[in-house]
Design a binder for this molecule. Structure first.
Ligand code: TYM
Length: 331
């Protein structure tokens, strides 16, 4: 039997946060042996918001090095840069014709980003979920491990796949989102009602994967909590609950264990412990990322062979799609 396929990606825009790690990458590492995995660096998505070209290029390699430093094994997984596989854009075009403008306008992320970038509501921004559907469907994906904010986009990919299959006959596997039990939505340290985001203007709101120990500890110390002093997971204690989730994931302790550990202790002790746990976990990742970034030949090699492997699968699916829709392919 063919292996199940797992697909996911991160945009190389902004500095990656522990939200990206906890919500997505840590699950990829955990599951990589059980699936045929494709992990992309979604640089075509990034340009839906203005980017500095040199920075985009640099961050692309940084994200590749980060995937590897987090433990993604390039022997087991296909790791590549989205723009190096032309079928993504080609399939997105075809899928555009089975996607409705109204459903794109209703996407939460489109509405948020349209507000945030009111001077640049470009077609790409609205079409973003279709390109993401193309990413996923090209590889006949079963599972898409993402954070909660991307769930709606995976659902659109499912809808589009089902619609295409109904219209043209069985073509795509219908994917499913996979969310972690804890940490599917890490919140901002400054506004615990908002998700932690790499594009937040307030640098104290996010812990970046590149932050050093002092910075991490300082940011956790300043994290917004509440006027009580009890380390307890509860809906009305968003700030503290967020810190408990983070600590629980980085120390692999359950929420109950964390509550017990800090029973009778104040927020000061707790915040310090969270900061230290996160900093200690990130230090080896940062060191390995730095080492890899100094070895450009190795990184370029990994990405080149990844693009070649991805291309082969993508070409097969796109050929099938072109046949189904009636595109002339030589007779
Ligand atoms: P991006 O780059 O915004 O985020 C990468 C991954 O990190 C998750 N994430 C979070 N998880 C928990 N808490 C948070 N605060 C948090 N912030 C971000 C995201 O849910 C995501 O899983 N459109 C995608 C990239 C993409 C993609 C794809 C993903 C392009 N093509 C195909 C899956 C499949 C994005 O912008 O993710």
């Amino acid at each position: 039997m063919e292996n199940k396929v797992m697909y996911s990606a991160v945009q190389p825009s902004g500095n990656l946060t522990i939200g990206n790690y906890v919500g997505a990458i840590s699950n990829w590492v955990r599951l990589q042996s059980e699936y045929d995995c494709y992990f992309a660096i979604a640089n075509m998505h990034s340009i839906t918001v203005r980017q500095e070209p040199a920075e985009l290029r640099r961050r692309t390699l940084e994200v590749a090095a980060l995937y590897l430093a987090c433990g993604i094994d390039p022997e087991k997984c296909t790791l590549y840069v989205q723009s190096q596989v032309p079928q993504h854009a080609e399939l997105a075009w075809v899928l555009n014709t089975v996607t409705y403008v109204g459903e794109m306008q209703r996407m939460t992320q489109f509405k948020d980003k349209s507000q945030k970038h009111a001077d640049n509501i470009n077609m790409g921004l609205m079409d973003y979920p279709v390109l993401m559907a193309a990413d996923i469907l090209l590889y006949q994906t079963d599972l898409v491990p993402v954070g909660l904010d991307q769930k709606q986009h995976v659902e659109i990919a499912r809808d589009v796949a089902i619609r295409f299959n109904n219209r043209y006959g069985e073509t795509f596997r219908v994917p499913e989102a996979l969310l972690g039990k804890t940490g599917a939505k890490i919140m901002s340290l400054q506004e615990p009602d908002k998700k932690m985001s790499k594009s937040d203007e307030n640098v104290n709101a996010s812990i970046y994967l590149a932050d050093d120990k002092d910075t991490i500890i300082r940011k956790f110390k300043r994290a917004v909590t509440d006027s009580e002093s009890e380390v307890r997971f509860a809906a009305e204690k968003k700030g503290v609950s967020n810190l408990i989730s983070i600590y629980s994931i980085f120390t692999k302790k359950s929420v109950e264990e964390v509550e017990r550990e800090f029973a009778g202790k104040g927020y000061g002790d707790f915040k310090l412990a969270v900061g230290e746990a996160v900093a200690d976990a990130l230090a080896p990742v940062q060191a390995e990322q730095k080492r890899l970034l100094a070895d450009k030949a190795y990184l370029n090699g990994v990405l080149a062979s990844g693009a070649e492997r991805a291309f082969k699968t993508a070409r097969r699916t796109l050929g099938k799609v072109y046949r189904k829709v009636g595109f002339y392919q030589g007779e």
